[in-house]
Design a protein around this ligand. Structure first.
Ligand code: GTP
Length: 333
C-alpha cells in the first residue's frame, strides 16, 4: 500500500523550535517524530511512502539518514512554494498509485489504517475520511454522516452551543484513502486546501467517513507536543518505547546533578546539563539545553541552544531551536 504524507508545513505554532528543523522531524521522546509515524504506517502494510515536503527537505533527510535501514522506501517530492494540502498532492501526482492513503505528517496515532482501507473498498468510495470522535468539537469542523457512512456535509462549530447537532461529534482526523482521479482533476501549480477546496464539493459524490477507535493526537502545538510525549512514555499508545510510569527519561550523555529535581514528566536529551538545585517538571529538554543553578523549568520545551540562567523561572515557554543531531532511541537510563 502506498501513503502520501504531507510534511511541507511551516510549523509556526511550534516556533522557535521549528526555525530550522521541520516539525515532522522534531525529536519526540527518543527519536525523530516521523520515525514513530513511519512505524505506524509500516505496521499497517504501507511499503511505499511519498513525502510531500517544502520547508527544509535537506534537514529532514539528514535527520532521517541515521534511521534509513529501519524505514520503508521514501520518495521525496519537493515544492518550491507551499501549495497547501491539496496543491501538494497535485504536485506529487506523477508518483501516485490509483488508490493511496493520504495523511497529515504530524499525527501520532495507533488508528487501524487497515480498517479504513477495507471500508473504502467495500463502499467503492472515491474518498474515505478517517474520523475521530471528540467530546468537545472545539475548533474543529464537524463531519455529518448518513446511515451508510456517506459524508453529507461539513459544519463549523456554531456560535450558539444549543445549535450543535446531537453527538457523536466526528472530526476530520487528517487520515484519508483517496482515489487518484480526485487529484488528477485539480489544476496544477495552484495553492489548494484538501479540507476547504476539495472535500466540500465531494460530499454526496462517493465520499465516505469512518469513525476510528484509538489514540490520535496532532503534535502541532506546544501543549499537544508535550501531551504526546507523556502519552508515549506512560504507554497510552503502543510504541517500541519502554513504559515509564513517572514519565521521566534521561538520556545517556547528559549531566544531571544529584541535587537537581527532575520529574515527574521530563525528558532530558543527550548533551543536556542540569546543575545543582535546578528543578525541572513537565518539560522536554532537547539535546544540548543547559539549566543553571536553582533555575526552575515547568511545562516548557527547550531547544538544544537554550540556556536558562541561575535562579530563572521558565514556565509554559518554548525556547531555542531543535537540534538536527538527535537521540537514536537506544541510549537512555
Ligand atoms: P502551523 O504553521 O503551526 O499551522 O503548522 P503547519 O504548517 O504544519 O500546518 P498544519 O498543521 O495545518 O498542517 C497539517 C499537515 O499538512 C502538516 O503535516 C503539514 O506539514 C502539512 N502541510 C501544510 N501545508 C502544506 C503545504 O503547503 N505543503 C505540504 N507539502 N504540506 C503541507
Amino acid at each position: 500500500m502506498q501513503a502520501l504524507v504531507l510534511v511541507g508545513g511551516r510549523g509556526t505554532r511550534l516556533l522557535p523550535l521549528t526555525e530550522t528543523v521541520p516539525k515532522p522531524v522534531l525529536p519526540l521522546v527518543d527519536r525523530p517524530f516521523l520515525v514513530f509515524f513511519l512505524e505506524w504506517l509500516g505496521d499497517h502494510g504501507v511499503d511505499d511512502v511519498v513525502l510531500a515536503c517544502g520547508f527544509r527537505p535537506e534537514v529532514m533527510q539528514e535527520v532521517l539518514a541515521d534511521w534509513a535501514g529501519d524505514l520503508p522506501s521514501l520518495t521525496w517530492v519537493v515544492e518550491d512554494e507551499p501549495l497547501g494540502t491539496a496543491g501538494a498532492m497535485r504536485h506529487a501526482l506523477g508518483h501516485l498509485e490509483d488508490e493511496f492513503l493520504a495523511l497529515n505528517g504530524d499525527l501520532l496515532s495507533d488508528f487501524d489504517l487497515g480498517e479504513l482501507i477495507r471500508f473504502h473498498r467495500e463502499k467503492g468510495a472515491r474518498a474515505t475520511l478517517g474520523l475521530k470522535e471528540v467530546d468537545d468539537p472545539g475548533p474543529y469542523g464537524l463531519v455529518e454522516l448518513g446511515p451508510a457512512g456517506e459524508v453529507l456535509g461539513f459544519s463549523e462549530k456554531p456560535e450558539d452551543p444549543s445549535a450543535l447537532p446531537p453527538p457523536p461529534w466526528l472530526v476530520n482526523a487528517g487520515t484519508y484513502v483517496l482515489d487518484r482521479s480526485i487529484i488528477e482533476e485539480l489544476p496544477p501549480g495552484e495553492a489548494l486546501s484538501i479540507e476547504r477546496d476539495v472535500f466540500p464539493r465531494l460530499a454526496g459524490d462517493g465520499m465516505y467517513g469512518l469513525g476510528l477507535e484509538g489514540y490520535w493526537m496532532d503534535i502541532g502545538t506546544p501543549e499537544r507536543y508535550l501531551q504526546a510525549t507523556w502519552d508515549v512514555l506512560e504507554g497510552r499508545l503502543e510504541t517500541s518505547v519502554p513504559v515509564r510510569t513517572d514519565g521521566v527519561l534521561v538520556h545517556d550523555g547528559s549531566e544531571v546533578s544529584p541535587t537537581a529535581t527532575v520529574g515527574p514528566r521530563v525528558v532530558v536529551g543527550e548533551g543536556c546539563t542540569v546543575v545543582e538545585g535546578a528543578d525541572v517538571r513537565g518539560s522536554v529538554l532537547l539535546s544540548g539545553a543547559v539549566i543553571g543553578p536553582k533555575a526552575s523549568v515547568v511545562d516548557s520545551i527547550l531547544g538544544g541552544d537554550a540556556v536558562v540562567s541561575d535562579g530563572e523561572l521558565v514556565e509554559g515557554e518554548v525556547r531555542g531551536q531543535a537540534p538536527v543531531v538527535q537521540n537514536r532511541g537506544r541510549d537512555a537510563r
